[in-house]
Design a binder for this molecule. Structure first.
Ligand SMILES: [Mg+2]
Length: 359
């Protein structure tokens, strides 16, 4: 089999309320990989909030696509290495990793379709049903928005909900966590996310104010670049730390693990160089008693969680309009059944490209 073409484009997709209060849109950088045997693969990377999508698409098209043309798509490892090691002078991660991720996801989609298997089974399935946590709670939400969103996820059976702790006053963050806890009761456990906004002292001070609330985890307390700082926070507080959505390679994750910087790692398949590297990260974590809870894009991440014995919750942000994909996995009783269609099982709905494509 040979790759005959890669078509790439950007989709701009408006978000529903209350998510739109914080992020009016997200963008997908889509890569459709064609082969001479009629099989095609769909890859995409989610540019959360839309930022950088155009740069990712240009990098994907001008630098990475030429490396794939004429190659056998079943040699994913070889092609991954070729893409990863290309352009070492100008790229490190970021934009280039989002682009590589989309192509790696598309290559695996072809492998799954060629094998006639969903990816999680191709990789040796551990589970076909994955628990999810509802995620959101952004700072622009009023208390009513926040509680409304949390209750909506709880009504879908989610036993976990995550909210942001972005207020400069740590007491305000505590009040918001308490308000959600009171509204949801004992049946739902909470996690909080600082999104890299704190320094070590601030993160420890905030955590002390939250330690009695039985939180599942305390996410991204400090800049993702500063793994030493994350480790210092993890050593100093009594809530397990989660991080990794802004780390990109097994080498960065190895350092997070060796420094004991987190109990939960959250690689993002659209950032961390695709399914290939995310699986390597997951297996590395398994050797260290660390759980993996993949970041966003649950419709893709489900396959990773289903293939790993140390896979934990997937992050469920219910934002996609019904006319974007042919069939989004549905949340039932707080769980997703992994699609049993060959490959990752996701396809753009007819008309989605016409409706959402950025011209
Ligand atoms: Mg986060």
């Amino acid at each position: 089999m040979k790759i005959t073409g890669v078509e790439s484009f950007v989709l701009r997709i408006p978000t529903p309320k209350p998510i739109s209060l914080e992020f009016p849109e997200h963008r997908l950088v889509v890569a459709s990989i064609q082969t001479d045997e009629g099989l095609s693969g769909l890859g995409y990377s989610l540019a959360f909030g839309g930022g950088g999508a155009e740069a990712i698409q240009v990098y994907l098209e001008t630098r990475l696509t030429p490396l794939l043309l004429g190659e056998d798509p079943l040699f994913v490892e070889r092609l991954w290495e070729r893409m990863f090691r290309f352009d070492r002078g100008i790229k490190r991660q970021g934009v280039a990793a989002y682009a590589l991720s989309a192509l790696d996801i598309g290559l695996w989609d072809i492998v799954g379709k060629a094998a006639g298997l969903p990816l999680y089974k191709l990789w040796g399935a551990g589970s076909d049903r994955i628990p999810a946590y509802g995620s959101g709670g952004w700072p622009r939400y009023t208390l009513a928005d926040l509680i409304g969103e949390a209750e909506r996820y709880a009504s879908m059976g989610c036993r976990y909900y995550k909210l942001k702790i972005h207020d400069p006053d740590p007491r305000v963050n505590r009040q918001r966590v308490e308000a959600v806890r009171e509204a949801l009761g004992e049946g739902v456990r909470l996690m909080v996310d600082a999104n890299q906004k704190l320094d070590v002292v601030g993160a420890i001070r905030q955590a002390r104010l939250l330690e009695d609330l039985d939180l599942v985890w305390y996410e991204e307390p400090v800049l993702a670049d500063d793994i030493a700082a994350c480790a210092e926070v993890a050593r100093s507080i009594r809530i397990p730390v989660a991080t990794g959505e802004n780390n990109y390679t097994r080498f960065e994750f190895r350092e997070l693990i060796e420094r004991r910087a987190a109990r939960y790692l959250m690689p993002d398949v659209c950032r961390a160089n695709g399914f290939s590297e995310t699986l390597r990260i997951g297996r590395l974590a398994a050797a260290h008693q660390v759980a993996v809870s993949p970041h966003v894009v649950h419709e893709l991440s489900l396959h990773v969680a289903g293939a790993l014995a140390n896979g934990f919750l997937v992050e469920f942000i219910d934002w996609t309009p019904p006319d974007l994909f042919v069939e989004m996995p549905r949340c039932e009783d707080g769980h997703f059944r992994i699609p049993d269609r060959p490959g990752h099982g996701m396809a753009l709905a007819p008309g989605a490209e016409r409706k959402y494509r950025v011209r």
